[in-house]
Design a protein around this ligand. Structure first.
Ligand SMILES: Nc1ncnc2c1ncn2[C@@H]1O[C@H](COP(=O)(O)OP(=O)(O)O)[C@@H](O)[C@H]1O
Ligand SMILES: [Mg+2]
Length: 506
């Protein structure tokens, strides 16, 4: 039996009242490539961040090479020999590759940056990751995302590394770059380094991993030798039992098509998408992180450029290609973005101001003159109708709970005649109790006849809210389910379907 590198026992992690890791155990051997898989929100990133010192655990034990291990910072984990490459790139685009590689320990001589040594050290680090041909003086920002990711991995490996944690490293990599990465991982493994490898690309695990662990809802479901399992089995383990659908009998009847999308392409993320949404219909958009859901919604709204394809919209189904988001709003499209804190609310401003953002009444019809009295009475009625709980409409919206903030963000559109709702993760950061309130609100809104397209990472949410669910995977729609045909297994299989090696196009 190989030596144990990391032993995780009874690990718990709660964010507030949300228990996201629930007593999980995991054993990583010295010199193995251990894959970690699971659906959205299973806890993969949280687990790896705890291992790498970026999050602290709530309870449980970690033992690293025989010694109790509880890092409280990334630096402390690195000192112990644990390096993590994050899902989000942190390469600084305006610095050279060399500076990015050795940031924090730039070599100096007599107080001056020793550029000669910097480039020599950087070159050595690049050779190690198979990027020997890359000039260390290149500006990092001028590289493609794949190469930036490899530079990031190289930066991690300038420190001594006994455990390397990679969270979705190949999402941005081309086929050739992935090969380079795998070569590197094999070299590291041969030298005794343990690698914890998180990926959506199940096929690649068969090529690179020795063992695989499956996480579901913060619990470790199984650990298997990669040779002794199949993709189908992994998908089943990730999906779990069917959730009883809390189906609320819909009183809505699906009307004529309100939105028709034909072979839409937008950037790298949306690569040939076709579907339809009827009036009064709520259609869900499921998939893994990075599947292209947000980009699809943005392209429909006119926030991102469309490269190809056709969109027909409205009661008369005219061809629709907005030049600006303003035009979309004028035509009756409402967009509720994923990141409420940055794009949805103006945190320091009053609830009243936030609620009336889509239509500020002007005084005497003069644009720019806001009629305070009209605004106040209009907003108050609206907030009451939405059952938003607040003390005073003049209080900053930041003081409201997540659920109530979201109701304001959704509700502000009610001052317009919305024909199409585009909602991205409408209950992110909203606690379980308040979610139902949002679902009720959306059901009520749909009854008035608009079409609704809802992107969500939460299977249960899609099952509870939607009449139909489309699954996106790697830029394409890989399946469509009705309430009757939706099952966790089939959903999970569709979510992973696009991330196979043959479909890698970048
Ligand atoms: N900083 C945070 N605050 C609150 N909840 C969080 C935070 N980070 C993650 N979560 C929640 O923890 C759960 C697990 O998330 P994560 O570890 O990112 O899953 P995965 O990487 O498997 O998709 C999710 O429900 C997520 O919403
Ligand atoms: Mg993650």
């Amino acid at each position: 039996m190989p030596r144990v590198r990391l032993q995780v026992s009874a690990l718990h992690k709660a964010f507030g009242t949300n228990l996201v890791l629930r007593g999980l155990d995991l054993e990583l051997a010295a010199g193995e490539i251990h894959a970690l898989v699971g659906g959205n929100g299973a806890g993969k990133s949280t687990l790896s961040k705890i291992i790498a010192g970026l999050e602290t655990r709530s309870s449980g034990e970690l033992v690293f090479d025989g010694v109790a291990y509880a890092p409280t910072s990334r630096r402390e984990a690195q000192a112990a020999g644990v390096v993590m490459v994050l899902q989000e790139l942190s390469v600084l685009p305006t610095l050279s590759v060399a500076e990015n590689l050795l940031l924090g320990e730039l070599p100096s001589r007599a107080g001056m940056l020793d550029r000669k040594r910097l480039f020599a050290d950087a070159k050595a680090a690049l050779v190690k990751v198979g990027l020997g041909s890359l000039d260390p003086e290149t500006l990092a920002g001028s590289l493609g995302v794949g190469h930036q990711q490899l530079v990031e991995i190289a930066a991690g490996l300038t420190k001594e590394c006994r455990l390397l944690v990679l969270d979705e490293p190949t999402a941005a990599l081309s086929g050739a770059e992935t090969k380079t990465l795998f070569e590197l991982l094999r070299t590291l493994r041969a030298a005794g380094t343990t690698i914890l490898y998180i990926s959506h690309r199940l096929e690649e695990l068969e090529v690179i991993a020795d063992r695989v662990s499956v996480l579901r809802d913060g619990q470790m479901i199984a650990t298997k030798a990669i040779r002794e399992t199949t993709r189908a089995e992994l998908i089943q383990l990730m999906a779990g039992q069917a959730i009883a659908m809390v189906s609320r009998k819909s009183t809505r009847t699906k009307g004529e098509a309100m939105l028709r999308v034909r072979d839409l392409h937008a950037g790298r993320a949306v690569r040939g998408v076709s579907f339809e949404v009827g009036a009064g219909e709520i259609v869900g958009l499921g998939g893994l992180v990075g599947a292209g859901r947000t980009e699809l919604l943005r392209a429909l709204f006119g926030a991102d450029v469309r490269d190809r394809g056709e969109v027909f919209f409205g009661d008369s189904m005219q061809s629709f290609s907005p030049a600006t988001t303003h035009e979309s709003v004028e035509r009756g499209i409402a967009f509720v973005p994923e990141d409420r804190k940055h794009h949805g609310i103006l945190a320091p401003l009053a609830v009243r101001t936030n609620a009336s953002l889509t239509r500020l009444p002007t005084r005497a019809g003069i644009p720019g003159w806001i009629n305070g009295a009209a605004e106040r009475s209009g907003v108050l009625g609206l907030l009451e109708k939405l059952r938003v709980r607040f003390a005073d409409q003049e209080q900053p919206i930041a003081q409201l709970s997540g659920g109530n903030q979201q109701k304001v963000v959704i509700g502000r559109w009610l001052q317009r005649d919305v024909r199409l709702w585009l909602l991205d993760e409408p209950t992110r950061g909203v606690d379980a109790a308040a979610r139902q309130g949002i679902y009720d609100l959306l059901h009520t809104l749909a009854e008035a006849g608009p079409a609704m397209l809802v992107a969500s990472s939460d299977y249960e949410e899609l099952a509870m809210l939607c009449d139909r669910v489309l699954v996106m995977s790697n830029g394409r729609i890989t399946a469509e389910f009705t309430r009757e045909t939706l099952t966790p297994d089939a959903f999970m299989a569709a979510a992973f379907a696009g991330f196979s090696t043959e479909t890698r196009t970048n």
